[in-house]
Design a protein around this ligand. Structure first.
Ligand code: SD4
Length: 341
């Protein structure tokens, strides 16, 4: 006998399977030709040194995940770098709190936020990913976990950072506007600054990413930006590509920026156009705020094509592949390059 209920159920299942397969087949990006791989890209001038370290793993046929972890450890360890890792500027209470996350080709991810006394937050983020059932550990819990894993606690506040903090305390003016680059911070200058976000594709075509920062200098104690938030500061989808961000994290979180960039690439946008659209969304929602701040996105797709876009002029990114290990590219920006602004 004709069973109407069964028929409806079957039709619904067939329809949803059809939808699923339509998306599953249409929304992947064919892998890069072997000659374009491996490749690693990262944010800002300090990305050059970080990429070179990542390259040592990639050129040997190593995994992108190992490459990005090794790469971002370079600025984390750099005592002259006051925006990433151990020499990062403290919060307004004089405490250095670090944020980082990492994501691999299987969609595994790990993150630490507002973590104190541990010099390499990216290593702890990876341990969270690999040794716990969780994605994110914060504050004291993150430090405690790191120590349990055999990592040494250290005092992070350097004399230089302490001096800068004490100078800041004189006026104690809290303003995220500082993220607009000035002459000192232009590409090629000796000033290394801001968050490092790194994306790599290994010789097998697998993508991983890492992002690490000390966050905004003199932030409220406990403030966490976009950098350790999967989907905001970093996102990787091994079928499509990866994206990362730098700048005022609050605006990136509000727009789930890196996830948005990857989803736009899934819809067919080039990496640069995807970054541009994500920047436009931020500007459209808060045009007045956007005039005063910097946000930049960097992305790579499965083909090994890459691009970036920022609100303000001055954002740069570094590219390293077998042809050139120290390429620094000025990213396009809304205020300099967008004719429709
Ligand atoms: C944050 N996006 O904490 C990060 C750090 C940064 O200049 O880029 N600061 O919001």
């Amino acid at each position: 006998m004709y069973d109407r209920r069964k028929f409806i159920k079957l039709t619904a299942v067939t329809a949803s399977l059809a939808t699923l397969s339509k998306y599953a087949t249409a929304k992947t990006i064919t892998s890069a030709p072997g000659d374009r791989l491996p490749i690693v890209i990262s944010t800002w001038d300090f990305g050059i040194a970080a990429n070179k370290e990542a390259w040592k793993t990639l050129e040997k046929g190593g995994r992108a995940l190992d490459a990005v972890e090794a790469g971002v450890k370079i600025p984390e360890a750099d005592m002259k770098n006051h925006t990433v890792g151990r020499a990062g500027y403290p919060d307004r209470d004089g405490r250095v709190t670090l944020d980082a996350c990492i994501m691999d080709e299987f969609g595994n991810c790990g993150s630490v936020a507002a973590m104190e006394n541990i010099a390499h937050p990216i290593a702890v983020a990876r341990l969270v990913m690999e040794k716990t059932p969780h994605v994110m550990l914060v504050g004291d819990g993150a430090t405690q976990f790191a120590v349990e894993q055999g990592i040494k606690k250290e005092k992070l506040l350097t004399p230089e950072s302490e001096k800068a903090w004490k100078k800041w305390l004189v006026t104690a003016k809290y303003s995220p506007k500082m993220n607009i680059e000035n002459e000192q911070h232009r590409p090629g200058s000796k000033y290394n600054h801001d968050t490092i976000g790194m994306l790599a594709i290994d010789a097998k075509g697998n993508i991983s990413g890492a992002c690490t920062t000390s966050g905004m200098a003199f932030k409220l104690h406990g403030r966490v930006g976009d950098s350790p938030i999967i989907g905001a500061g970093l996102f990787v989808d091994n079928e499509i590509g990866g994206a990362t961000s730098t700048g005022v994290g609050e605006e990136v979180i509000r727009n789930v920026g890196s996830f948005l960039v990857v989803e736009l690439m899934r819809q067919g946008y080039s990496p640069e156009d995807a970054c541009k659209e994500a920047v436009h969304r931020i500007i459209k929602k808060k045009p007045e705020t956007a005039k005063e701040i910097q946000v930049g996105f960097l992305a790579i797709n499965k083909k090994g094509e890459y691009g970036a876009y920022a609100i303000q002029e001055g954002f740069s990114f570094a590219v390293c592949d077998k042809n050139k290990q120290d390429l620094l590219i000025p990213g396009k920006s809304f205020y300099k390059d967008d004719k429709n602004k």
